[in-house]
Design a protein around this ligand. Sequence first.
Ligand code: PA5
Length: 443
Amino acid sequence: MQDIKFSYKNAVAQDVLNGYKDAVSRCQEMLDNGTGKGNDFLGWTTLPRDIRAQISDIQATADLLRSRCDIIVCIGIGGSYLGAKAVIDALQSSFAWLESRKPYIVYAGQNIGEDYLFELQNLLKDKKFGIICISKSGTTTEPALAFRLLKTQLEQQAGEEAAKELIVCITDAKKGALRTLANKEGYKTFVIEDNIGGRFSVLSPVGLLPIACAGLDINALIDGAERMTELCGTKSSFENNPAAQYAAARFALYSKEGKKVEMLANFHPKLHYVSEWWKQLYGESEGKDGKGLFPASVDFTTDLHSMGQYIQEGERHLIETVISVAQPEHHVEFPHDEANLDGLNFLAGKHVDEVNKMAELGTMLAHIDGGVPNMKIEMPMLNEYYLGELIYFFERACGISGYLLDVNPFNQPGVEAYKKNMFALLDKPGYEAESAAIKARLK
Ligand code: PA5
């Protein structure tokens, strides 16, 4: 079986990359031996092996929800929903919501949109639905707010006792309001281990339960991730280790070339949320102490018609990492047309993906000519196994990369700043002093 491949030759010279070999090796050892910053959050490094014992429980819970629900609402924000949405969107039909296959997964608690919640409540009216509520802390405002609203609706529609069987919570083993509520109501629960941070949790029940609920193969996802633990781990040589090379290449471009922004680009519309997941992973892990590449993303060719000009000729602070999918799942052949009024007969007989691949190659060459270093991650195809490989590859590279930057890649202290202000403005009990200060400031 092939693996995903990483290539840096259009971004960094071989000898420059090799210069980081020892530094990367030290970072790898810090991850394996737990001697680096944030070493109480390294549970993700061995998760592909450790999670095996829980797979049958996760699958049985998913099967039960699937048998009883037409819609499953996945409540969570940040690392508590992006990984699941990334995998589900990558593998389900682009029009799944219009097809009759059930259940369909929808999301809540990832925003505070009143109209969004109104429309969701309307959609769920008279529908057979279930809820997966995911919050490690169990106290995050957005999911807590959505959960109270939807739990109430589910109890009214299905009855209180039936609702208890249609709600699954994924949270801390002991702490937090969601744990207290789940214990009191007797909901089925899964635990997010203390040593696994939200953005590194997609291979835990946080990601696996919703993914299994969507009817996808979580064993294959874990198989792919486990394969990457071998390829990206300490035992794999620098020359054969894609995560080590990716981390070294982006660090070289950031620290030696002064690049400030990494764009993750795809030529496959189903990968949009993989980029959203990646942005959280790298943004929250590296963006601290005044350091870090800013993670941005573009969907090509769509965004070539909006962002293409800037990428080609704007400020030269960009690097680009392309996720390329070698084989599409389906084939659509372009037809010949006798009249040829659109002048497209030169494409007749080609598959749509052949055109897409030439757009990809042409874009890469143009961007290199325009001074945008180009790295490439090639996936043989989009399936659970290769997404598992991709997830672990990015996680491992992120851990190495954070240590190369000398930051703690596993905390997110900056996320608290807005919450403190919001609670003060909403007069949350316990925030009286902050409330007085912020109101004086706004006068
Ligand atoms: O990576 C993280 O830890 C965060 O982004 C969290 O995923 C996010 O804030 C949601 O937190 P919680 O799961 O505690 O509700």
